[in-house]
Design a protein around this ligand. Sequence first.
Ligand SMILES: [Zn+2]
Length: 112
Amino acid sequence: MQIFGMRKKGKSIIKCDKCSRIINKAKPKWKKVGDIEYYYLKCPRCKAVYTISATDTALRRDIKRFEEMTAKAQAQGRKPTEKEIQEAQELLQANVARNREIKAQYPLEIKL
Ligand SMILES: [Zn+2]
């Protein structure tokens, strides 16, 4: 799946790998299976499913922590310090890696 650009309200333009259809205004759907929360897109033509993100409780907590980290300096009306930027970057990378792991470990199954 190729993402061409984001539009307003989290909608994006993507291209389906399987049938090459351009999906305009793609808006991710949400689904929860056990502890795992998914955002995914479904191709309207060939019904291929693309998982955008998969998170468990621990990852959702870390994503919230990242948001708090990045909002902290702004809330205090100052620029983030080098250390804060570095910590936020490391946490973001860990979160992205964890997201990928969860996606690989718990692939989303959609019944058609
Ligand atoms: Zn398709």
